[in-house]
Write a protein that binds this ligand. Sequence first.
Ligand SMILES: [Zn+2]
Length: 171
Amino acid sequence: MTDAHHKTNTAKHTAGLDPEGSSCDLFGMPEPGVVRLAGGLGTFVPDDLFVDADIRLVEFLDQEKCRRWVISQIHREGPACPYCRVVIEGVRRLWRFWTGERLTCRDCGRFFTATTGSFISGIQMSPRELFLLALLFSLGVTDTRISGILGRSVETVRLWRRRFKAIEAAE
Ligand SMILES: [Zn+2]
């Protein structure tokens, strides 16, 4: 935690404990509505998520769930070979499919993974990053902010915005 961050927190404590509740006027609240804080304990506000550069938001997401979500989006009709469309069956083969492992088609004999032939085939982004990217776009966050959150260049973020727009337009 930085010094600046600590000072902010101390200031918040003082404001919150103000018996007159005058600090609440700053936020346009009609009633004093004093926020009672437990002595000695910390607080946080949404922007604290961005104070510490070591916090990588993508790590707060569940890898498995994000991967399944991404794969289920590109295989809306269920697991199938991307070449001959034969349905994938069997616990072990389905497990390989959903974890992004390579499979051999029993029908056409070709190799593939769940992302083969899709618009995210061969990209350098993890399912967690793609999920977070989609979430931030849908919430209207700016490209510059998304670039900072993901640790990716603004150009990469812009490219993805254009890519999603093109898909939306085609739908
Ligand atoms: Zn096949």
